[in-house]
Design a binder for this molecule. Structure first.
Ligand code: FES
Length: 159
């Protein structure tokens, strides 16, 4: 069963849609179900630290994928890149009052999307990238390739 929070975010997703002139975009996928998430971010600077000024998403996926994407953008909004990098799937699921076990991987999609967007921004700006973020990026790249193959195989239209 889904919690009220999941249903609420699914029915009224926050920060959904594309962004005009984002500083960075990223895409991640889940090859087991074929769901995909696009993430758009604007990065600002306060007190010498980079932070997420605006963040939006477009997810092609299940109710949990939409709800977790929505709550992930809420969790990340206004956070410094350093803080946002620490947001993991458990925190995302917790913010929704929990997810059915079988749906836990859906929260991974949105956490991965956030990490991938941060990676891409840091790369673009020549900022230092931790080993952990580098590893996450490598996995995200591989799983995205597999997801795209899977979607093509099953004729899943994107838009
Ligand atoms: Fe694919 Fe939820 S079933 S992310």
């Amino acid at each position: 069963m889904y919690t009220e929070e999941v249903m609420e975010h699914f029915k009224n997703p926050r920060n959904m849609g594309e962004m005009e002139n984002p500083d960075v975009t990223a895409r991640v996928g889940n090859p087991s179900c074929g769901d995909m998430m696009n993430i758009y971010m604007k990065v600002g600077e306060k007190n010498g630290e980079k932070y997420i000024e605006d963040i939006k998403f477009k997810t092609f996926g299940c109710a949990s994928a939409i709800a977790t994407s929505s709550v992930t953008t809420e969790l990340a909004m206004g956070k410094t890149l350093k803080e946002a990098e620490q947001i993991e799937e458990e925190e995302v699921a917790e913010a929704l009052g929990g997810l059915p076990k079988i749906k836990m991987h859906c929260s991974n999609l949105s956490a991965n999307g956030l990490h991938e967007a941060i990676y891409k921004y840091k790369k673009k700006e020549g900022m230092e990238i931790s080993d952990d973020l580098e590893k996450k990026h490598e996995i995200a790249q591989k799983t995205l390739e597999k997801t795209e193959e899977m979607r093509e195989e099953h004729g899943l239209d994107e838009e």
